[in-house]
Design a protein around this ligand. Structure first.
Ligand code: BES
Ligand code: ZN
Length: 854
């Protein structure tokens, strides 16, 4: 991989004056720049970042013009060559550049929306990771922190928003105004933002005096209050937790109709996809409400962790994303204790991280970054979810108070500056007196994680591979991750966590007990290899709920992972499912139903699938009976979340009563009744599963006019669940039509791959339109890299592993190199699993059928 040049080694910018003139008629913009910088070594050449900009009128120190100005598309730079050597030390560079607002959701781009039947355009920015260079010339690297003084000349009737407050608005000719913003703090280029458009907003101040606003394009004012309230509370929480005041005077949060990621933490001007910010109180499901809180809490965490203190280079991206993912959970738990955020954390982040990190094609948390176009692929489950998981492990190991004190030392010490991972460990180590660096560097610098087994009274750890082929290649050598290891005992007590980094004796209390459950609360990042006798010993305690939900979750998820990896088999996992079908905890139940789903997913034989469907129906019935259709007043949040999941499975496994009720509700919806927001998905799913063209058209019509962005997505996803081939075709075509924003296309494909009936057509469609996808998303923006894994999710045969691998190999792109290898590996794992277990599963289901009928 080509090493990226670090331009900061030569030019250190201190201050940028940026004067942007935006023409909303032809979407052209001009930027006048004055850059104060220091040159490290005397040179004839100055190299700065610039992409798709025309650079003119360059003047150094008010006098010398360069003899040549050369853009390199490859390096994304502009090189200015001067006749006389430029001395080391301070200089001022002035220049003008022009560019065009693009439609690619990154850099300085345009987004469209309709209001009052009129199509309108707004301008906005998305600079992370390396797209500031598309809007102005500069040193576009996270360590190149500088002060920005921005002004914008825009049509008078539009609003301009940036990181800081506007302190001045002047007339700038007919119909134009010039808005000048306060200087920013010292900050990285990727955090700069400016937006120009028509906006409406709601406003409130935090008790600490920070002015918070939530903005959207006109007509959405009724959907902004929840995010506002959440932001106000979250800012106060972080101010206290981090022990540092929010560094700016205001926080603006803006919903942008076309947006690549979920949200972006620009300092003081956070941008969001509409689905992640807007919330119509009448139409909102609980899970959507949780999503808004999650995203807001995540982006606001970055205002300290990421914006105030920033990773020195992208190889430590996880410091930003892993930490924000962890602390967003802390904030959610603080704001909504009844949500059980930490149990969901195990369900979402730990499970997701372990899945990807079980592949040989994973990468270490701290990852080398070559080509900037491959940067997008590191915004993945390793940086986010594994990063968050190892932080959680450390949090438990050090204790909440010590951990928080260490964080404050770290933030205070490095504010307005940059860090590497070691700086965080150093602060936490100083405060705790524990060998944090030693413990943690193993987790951040190596790929993968361990699985622990118990052999002859000893704790043995090896690297866990989901693929038995890879495990075989690796041999069975013991590994030495430093694991904080403890167990839960039948008395409910936990042994203290000891650091285990090689084979050691199992604690005596565990040896003596009837059963023990390793990894209390599942907070350490390892799996346990459960043997048949261990599961047997645990089963009564499991059924009687003598084991806490997080631990029950851990057992179920480790047993399924062990079955996939060939340590145990699918029948063992199915028996566990059967024994726990009364499980009432949402997260544990999710592991059970998700595990069952993954087993059903690998089955390619129709007859066997039908047996599985009968088993699935039997499995889900106790909870259908328990939860019903009508929420009980005051019920726990997990029941509210579990009800739609259970009822959807009722529809999926063809429970006649559930299906009939869901269809009845859908009919009512078509006649104008409102659906219960939490159960909307169930009714829609039944309509798709049993419907045809008429239902498709009815839902499409609703999709086109729906005002709530989340309901709109519910409707769109439903269109991908029809079973007729012709409707899948229509759905895929819709994905690239004007009815679907480019930001949503990747979801259309993901839904298509998830459908058994639609997966082949989706794969064909993906191949046929690949050049379109590369054109739309290929230059960065967090989307192209998802395609290989989405495709992999739909397929389970060696032939398809080969086909997917061959296609992407024939269409190489730096953003999909590693995801392609991951995709192929994961399909092969499923194919192997099926071959190993199909006979056993069939036998088990036959026996189950016989006993169940009797
Ligand atoms: N910094 C990211 C946004 C981002 C992602 C920019 C990829 C450039 C490339 C932001 O903080 C983020 O992580 N957003 C998440 C949502 C969050 C709740 C996990 C996202 O966009 O999915
Ligand atoms: Zn983030």
């Amino acid at each position: 991989m080509a090493k990226v040049a670090r331009l900061l080694e030569q030019i250190i910018p201190e201050r940028y004056g940026l004067d942007i003139d935006l023409n909303m008629q032809d979407f052209g913009f001009a930027v006048g720049e004055v850059i104060d910088f220091s040159l490290v070594k005397p040179a004839h050449e100055l190299v700065l970042h610039a992409v798709r900009l025309d650079v003119t009128r360059v003047v150094l120190d008010g006098r010398s013009a360069p003899v040549s100005v050369t853009l390199s598309k490859e390096d994304e730079t502009v090189t200015l060559v001067f006749e006389d050597e430029v001395a080391a030390g301070r200089h001022t560079l002035s220049l003008k550049a022009t560019g065009t607002l693009n439609e690619s959701l990154r850099g300085f781009y345009r987004s469209t929306y309709t209001h009052g039947g009129v199509e309108k355009t707004m301008a906005t920015t998305q600079f992370e990771a390396v797209h500031a260079r598309e809007a102005f010339v500069g040193i576009d690297e996270p360590s190149a922190k500088a002060i920005f003084e921005l002004s914008m000349t825009v049509p008078s009737e539009l609003t301009a928003i940036s990181n800081t407050n506007a302190h001045d608005v002047e007339d700038a000719g007919p119909g134009r105004k010039r808005v000048s913003f306060d200087p920013t703090p010292r900050m990285s280029t990727y955090l700069l933002a400016f937006l120009v458009g028509e906006f409406e907003y709601v406003e409130k101040s935090t008790p600490e005096g920070v002015r918070v606003r939530v903005y959207a394009t006109p007509g959405k004012l009724g959907q902004l209050d929840f995010a506002l309230e959440t932001a106000v509370r979250t800012l106060s929480f972080y101010t206290e937790y981090f022990g540092i005041a929010y560094p700016l005077r205001k926080m603006d949060m803006i919903a942008v109709p076309d947006f690549a990621a979920g949200a972006m933490e620009n300092w003081g001007a956070v941008t969001y996809r509409e689905t992640a910010l807007l919330l119509d109180p009448e139409k909102t499901s609980l899970s959507h409400k949780q999503r808004v809180v999650e995203v807001v809490a995540h982006e606001l965490a970055h205002q300290w962790f990421g914006n105030l203190v920033t990773m020195a280079w992208w190889d430590d991206l996880w410091l930003n994303e892993g930490f924000a993912t962890w602390v967003e959970t802390l904030a959610m738990d603080k704001l909504f204790p009844e949500w059980n955020a930490w149990e969901e954390f195990a369900n979402v982040n730990v499970a997701y991280a372990m899945e990807l990190d079980g592949l040989v094609n994973t990468h270490p948390i701290q990852v080398e970054v070559g080509d900037p176009r491959s940067l997008d692929e590191i915004f993945d489950a390793i940086s986010y979810s594994k990063g968050a998981s190892v932080i959680d492990m450390l949090h438990h190991y050090l204790g909440a108070d010590v951990f928080a004190r260490g964080l404050r030392v770290y933030l205070e010490r490095h504010k307005y500056a940059n860090t590497v991972t070691h700086d965080l460990w150093k602060a936490l180590g100083e405060v705790s007196g524990k060998p944090v660096d030693e413990v943690m560097s193993a987790w951040t610098s190596r790929p993968g994680y361990p699985i622990v087994s118990f052999e002859d009274g000893q704790i043995i750890q090896r690297r866990f591979f989901s693929s038995p082929r890879e495990a075989k290649k690796a041999g069975d050598g013991a590994s030495d991750w430093p694991i904080p290891f403890g167990v839960v005992l039948p008395s409910g007590t936990e042994t203290p966590a000891i650091l285990v980094n090689g084979p050691v004796d199992l604690p005596a209390q565990a040896m003596a007990a009837d059963w023990f459950k390793p990894n209390p609360d599942q907070t350490a990042f390892f799996r346990t290899q459960y043997t048949g006798p261990m599961i047997e010993a645990l089963s009564v305690a499991l059924q009687q709920h003598h084991i806490k939900p997080k631990d029950r979750f851990g057992i179920v998820s480790d047993v399924f992972a062990g079955a996939e990896a060939g340590h145990t088999d699918g029948v063992t996992a199915l028996k566990l499912v059967a024994s726990l079908r009364d499980e009432s905890d949402y997260v544990v139940w999710n592991a059970l139903s998700g595990g069952l789903g993954s087993l059903i997913g690998i089955v390619e034989d129709e007859a066997l699938r039908q047996k599985f469907d009968a088993f699935g129906l039997w499995m889900v019935q106790p909870n259908i009976a328990r939860l019903g259709w009508v929420p009980r007043p005051g019920e726990v949040v997990f029941d509210t979340l579990m009800r739609p999941a259970v009822l959807q499975l009722g529809v999926r496994f063809d429970d006649p009563a559930v299906t009939a009720e869901a269809q009845r509700q859908f009919d009512g919806y078509l006649r104008g009744d409102e659906l219960d927001p939490d159960l909307r998905g169930v009714a829609l799913y039944a309509a798709a599963r049993h419907g045809g063209q008429a239902e498709f058209d009815a839902i499409l019509a609703r999709y086109r006019t729906e005002e709530s962005p989340q309901v709109k997505m519910n409707l769109l996803s439903t269109l991908g669940r029809f079973r007729e081939a012709a409707l899948t075709e229509q759905f895929l075509k819709l994905g690239i039509s004007d009815d679907v924003r480019p930001q949503d296309l990747f979801m259309v494909l993901a839904w298509g791959f998830r459908s058994r009936e639609g997966r082949d057509a989706t794969w064909k469609f993906t191949q046929e339109h690949w050049s379109l996808f590369v054109r739309r998303y290929g230059a960065g923006g967090h989307m192209l890299e998802r395609f290989p894994l989405y495709a992999a999710a739909g397929f389970n045969t060696q032939a398809m592993a080969d086909e997917i691998g061959a296609f992407f190999a024939a269409h190489p792109h730096p953003a999909i190199t590693r995801p392609t290898a991951q995709a192929v590996e994961s399909v092969e794992i499923k194919a192997d699993w099926y071959q190993r277990d199909k006979t056993g599963l069939e036998q088990y289901l036959n026996e189950w059928e016989a006993t169940n009928r009797a």
